[in-house]
Ligand binder design. Structure first.
Ligand code: 5GP
Ligand code: ZN
Length: 111
């Protein structure tokens, strides 16, 4: 399968990595929407949060713990975690990823 985030997770495509472990990788977004904007992805291909198996629940919990720890390490006080799902949800890369955005005041509702 030709998936850009699988390739980043495997290290076949370079990225500005903040963190990596056997299950996930975190890297800065190419097109940052806030002073701090990074993505956390499972290395395993999961299309979106709408499509994961029960045996992947621990992986998702692990990713949330990584997000918590990286946000603290990056010095973010308040921040936003977003995962877009499907075309209408604004998802452009069909490999599950959590956006972590911070370093400025966030507005609501999102666009
Ligand atoms: P989505 O629109 O699917 O929620 O988010 C995809 C995000 O991935 C976008 O914010 C886009 O800037 C980022 N992105 C797409 N391709 C690459 C890439 O090759 N490297 C990095 N670092 N970010 C990417
Ligand atoms: Zn993938």
């Amino acid at each position: 399968m030709d998936c850009i985030f699988c390739a980043i997770g495997a290290g076949d495509v370079p990225s500005d990595k903040l963190y990596e472990d056997p299950q996930c990788v975190a890297f800065r977004d190419l097109s940052p929407q806030a002073p701090t904007h990074f993505l956390v992805i499972p290395k395993e291909h999961i299309p979106s949060l709408a499509e994961f198996r029960e045996d992947q629940e621990a992986l998702l919990g692990h990713i949330l713990a990584v997000i918590r720890d990286l946000a603290q390490r990056e010095g973010l006080e308040g921040y936003r975690v977003v995962t877009n799902i499907g075309e209408e949800g604004g998802q452009s890369v069909p490999h599950l990823h959590f956006h972590v955005l911070g370093g400025r005041s966030m507005t609501w509702p999102p666009g």
